[in-house]
Design a protein around this ligand. Structure first.
Ligand SMILES: Cc1cc2nc3c(=O)[nH]c(=O)nc-3n(C[C@H](O)[C@H](O)[C@H](O)COP(=O)(O)O)c2cc1C
Length: 315
């Protein structure tokens, strides 16, 4: 998620779940290939498994960007066919690509040819006046024919005229049923569902329905403890990670120390930690101390300790 799932966010999320697949923010292929902005590929080795999401629509440029991602060590390359923002539309990528399945297939084929790691696609169920049950099967047929074996479907349309990107994440109605239908129609395709999933009960129910994966965006960001710290045990049947949000905070301190020592600012990390105590006593004080203090010059780990001291000890 742009501006949210940067590498500091992903470091925290990986502490909470060893197994959940994490995604980068979208990085555009032109920025990497023409702009040489290779710093956009920076990540911490602890983050694996981590997917690099690319934006673009030029097969050759995407192939080169995918190669750069593979060389940087990413585990998967994902092509964004879901983002509705104007800026992205003007560059012909994101959700508008739902109208050009042949072009997306060419992009997938070029990326598949260039890299050994999985090439995946994140898409919508359609855009604007498209009828999802007409267009989505054809879209999936074409991209899987080109070598895409995994897809994440955001289970709502993008309305490219008249809605802001934020509205496009809430207003077009969700249709989980069509995603289940696509899984039945393409049994060999690994199909993950996305959109409006806010708890692990729902995620488990969707997996029990036959879907292969569940992608959780905003809820994982805003309630990382509830979603991610419980995912290893509930979804993957493995031992859970840290036993409490307090322990997760303590585990972040050495990382924060290294970041500050290399010239970074506290706020760049703590802004992703504000939701750690969501729904728990002390959540508001935790958020307040961090949001008021972390942008000040010289703010350091002692502010995090202070914020932690405002959270009542768990019973
Ligand atoms: C701040 C923000 C940035 C996002 N950036 C991206 C992005 O770069 N690529 C992408 O595929 N989706 C992006 N999304 C959409 C989410 O991945 C997801 O599809 C959407 O929020 C619906 O899922 P959710 O209800 O679980 O959040 C973004 C969402 C938010 C809130």
């Amino acid at each position: 998620m742009m501006d949210w799932t940067d590498r500091h966010c992903r470091y925290l999320h990986r502490l909470l779940s060893r197994r959940a697949l994490l995604y980068s923010e979208m990085v555009t292929a032109p920025a990497l290939v023409r702009g040489g902005a290779l710093h956009l590929l920076d990540y911490n080795p602890e983050e694996h498994p981590v997917a690099l999401q690319l934006g673009g629509s030029d097969p050759e440029e995407l192939a080169r960007a995918a190669t750069l991602g593979e060389q940087a060590g990413y585990d998967q390359i994902d092509l964004n066919c879901g983002c509705p923002s104007d800026r992205v539309q003007s560059g012909t990528f994101g959700a508008v690509l739902m109208r050009s399945p042949e072009l997306v297939a060419d992009c997938v084929a070029a990326m598949r040819e260039a890299v050994k790691i999985d090439v995946t696609v994140k898409c919508r169920i359609g855009v604007d006046e498209q009828e999802p049950r007409d267009v989505l099967p054809d879209f999936l047929q074409k991209i899987s024919g080109a070598g895409c074996e995994r897809v994440v479907i955001h289970a709502r349309k993008a309305w490219l005229q008249g809605l802001s990107p934020k509205e496009n994440r809430d207003i077009p109605p969700l249709d989980y049923e069509i995603v289940r239908e696509m899984k039945r129609a393409f049994p060999q395709l690994h199909v993950s569902i996305n959109g409006g999933i806010t708890d692990l009960d729902t995620a488990e129910a969707l997996l029990a329905d036959g879907l292969d994966g569940v992608m959780i965006g905003r809820a994982a960001y805003h309630q990382p403890w509830d979603i991610l710290a419980n995912a290893d045990a509930r979804i993957y049947g493995e031992a859970a990670g840290p036993v409490s949000p307090e322990e997760a905070v303590q585990a972040m301190l050495p990382y924060i120390g290294r970041h500050l020592a290399s010239g970074g600012r506290l706020h760049q990390i703590t802004r992703h930690m504000l939701g750690l105590f969501a729904g728990r006593p002390g959540a508001r004080q935790w958020r307040r101390v961090l949001s008021e203090g972390a942008t000040r010059d010289g703010a350091g780990p002692e502010l995090v300790e202070e914020a932690l001291s405002r959270v009542p000890a768990a019973a």
